[in-house]
Design a protein around this ligand. Structure first.
Ligand code: KIV
Length: 260
């Protein structure tokens, strides 16, 4: 029996699109909790917030700390935590780390990168009552290049479709499709009973996810698939500039900002 939040996500397939974003902190989660269907504590935290070159440097401890912070702000929304690189190399290690992550953070589910190759590990976790979200296509933990689109050849298409089916058979409750060709994203979405969540994979998916810092214009990382909904970087810059001018001119703090 799957938990209610997860069942709700599965039932959204073919009813309405699923809106997901990443979050790494309490204040952002408080906002997302009012609007999103899924919040992901992505290992993108490493590249986005710690200036790491790759998500491979992210540790389980970092994900635990950020997941705790996210859960403080998210009371309603399904929160999924990423399992970092090399924390799920075999089913026993995966179970030990996933249990620790969920026990310490109270997140609802975990996400693993990979298809058929990790399906036995996924199945073991699901049997042990750990809800798992899959992630196929471009895999940041396993790719050296910036971005590459998956499913361009017939062979690659078949492989990715098989990966998706293997994950569904292993028991995932949804699958992230990262940078998958639109036609293949449609095929996978039609084939699976569980929802597909796209990032750079066209609208032919059951839902969408973006990295929050990218879509609010804070990260400075804007591949084609990112839509910048706001320019928070500009707002921060203007505020910082004004503050510095006012401090230097002794305009801040004024009497309004001082105790009597
Ligand atoms: O780590 C992350 O933010 C992700 C999303 C991009 C899907 O895995």
């Amino acid at each position: 029996m799957k938990n209610k939040k997860i069942q709700k996500i599965i039932h959204l397939k073919d009813k309405r699109k699923i809106a997901c974003l990443t979050s790494y902190t309490t204040p952002i989660s408080r906002i997302l909790d009012r609007y999103c269907d899924i919040i992901l504590v992505g290992d993108s935290v490493g590249t986005v917030h710690y200036g790491m070159k790759s998500t491979r440097e992210v540790t389980l401890d970092m994900i635990i700390r950020h997941s705790k912070s996210v859960k403080l702000g998210a009371t309603k929304t399904l929160v999924v935590a990423d399992m970092p690189y090399k924390t799920y190399q075999n089913k026993f290690q995966a179970f030990k780390n996933a249990s620790l992550l969920l026990r310490q953070t109270k997140c609802d589910a975990i996400k693993l990168e990979g298809g058929k190759k990790i399906s036995k590990i996924v199945n073991y976790l699901v049997k042990k009552k750990i809800p798992v979200m899959g992630h196929i296509g471009y895999l940041p933990q396993h790719s050296k290049n910036k971005f590459s689109i998956s499913g361009k050849t017939e062979r690659a298409e078949n492989e990715l479709l098989n990966d998706a089916v293997a994950l569904e058979n292993a028991g995932v409750f949804s699958v992230v499709l990262e940078c998958v060709m639109p036609g293949l994203a449609r095929k996978i979405t039609k084939r699976l009973k569980v929802p597909t969540i796209g990032i750079g994979s066209s609208k032919n998916c059951d839902g969408q996810i973006l990295v929050i810092d990218d879509m609010i214009g804070l990260s400075g990382f804007y591949p084609k698939f990112v839509k910048k909904y706001s320019n928070v970087k500009k707002i921060i810059e203007m505020s910082v500039k004004k503050y510095c001018v006012e401090v230097r001119k002794s305009k801040f703090p004024s009497t309004r900002n001082s105790y009597k």
